[in-house]
Design a protein around this ligand. Sequence first.
Ligand code: SF4
Length: 446
Amino acid sequence: MGLTGLDIYKQLPKKNCGECGPPTCLAFAMALASGKAALESCPYVSDAAKENLGAASAPPIRLVKIGTAPNEVAIGDETVIFRHDKTFFHETGVAILVGSDLDDAALDAKIAKINDLKFERVGLKYTVNLVAIKQVGGGADEYAAFVKKVADKTSLALILMTDSADAMGKAAEAVAARKPLLYGATVENLDAMLALAKKHTVPLTIHGKDLDETAALAEKASAAGVKDVILDAGQRETAKVLVALTQCRRLAIKKKFRPLGFPTIAVTSEEDPLAEIVQASVYVAKYASIVVIKTDVKEQVLPLLTLRQNVYTDPQKPIQVEAKLNAVGAATTDSPVYVTTNFSLTYYTVEGEVSASKIPAWILSVGTDGTSVLTAWAAGKFTSESIAAAVKSSGVEEKVGHRNIIIPGYVAVLSGKLGELTGWKVLVGPREAAGIPAFAKQRFSA
Ligand code: SF4
């Protein structure tokens, strides 16, 4: 159990100088107790207090890193249960499972597919993060050789999955420089796996038969000096995994229960790829730090990564595109000019529909701090004045020979004043972006 704010306060210097951020030592102690401040912020803490408060001032869920730059995967360090309480910081790492029984040709094909799992959505690029190499038959030397082959074919971070300490030792040796995650410490092999994690300074997954056993093993790991631990609560049924992951998160954050204050890993059990993605989606939503899946099919992996992107987008910082004039297709001086906001989802929806209309056009994205059309309008950020200013600063007046501008149907009310401010003819477009192709065809084709 973590220390209370008052326990912490007793060990602070009580200068009430405010240099740490909060105005008083007591306020700082409360922030520290709730995981919202770091002990280092106070320059006057004594060494004795630092030692006593070290655990209390640590984040409720430890930050653990796997792999090496530029493909290092950072997980954990979360401070809230619900994203809207603040934000989630480190998105779930998605790992693709590879069995060590693949022959060379099958392995080449598999890794090529994994390396190709790259996507772009709302202007952001994203990929899967890890390859989980599971020992399937064969001896320790064969497994180590297979792991080395995989490492040579991909730069993604690696998870070594075996409960044989012998095989793990040889495989870890072969790819130690890649700082892999060792998956496979159980009650039977804990000491040998701890020794390997210490030897190579790599993180270790602890796998108990239930949450109690997992917590006990994690405590032993901490006592042995292995701090970078990842928890597998030992379940495989979706509902039981969900319960275990939720309990881990709640106990770590609400109760400061240190044995469960580590990132988590969940391995899917469904064989049907679509059922597997649904299962993995549950784990991404709550609260797996890594999810291991079998499918490597692009159209199956895409929805999982899309969900992850949505869950891990900071709700206080919408994804934005640059506020500027954009050409869609081979836009010319005669092409129509659409106006929208710089909220990524809005912009790319409009861009997709303009593109689908097959009539090249310009899109002027107006800076609205990444808010959508109606939200920006209600907040006074998408106004006749802001659009007129964007028209002036974007250079659109030099790019087109006409003086017609299309605004979203939802803000038709802006048309009169916008016309006055710009001298342009304002056309009211469809309310929804889905109406753009028909609108464009009717107005601009031929
Ligand atoms: S910096 Fe230290 S001494 Fe000053 S108010 Fe904060 S906790 Fe107290």
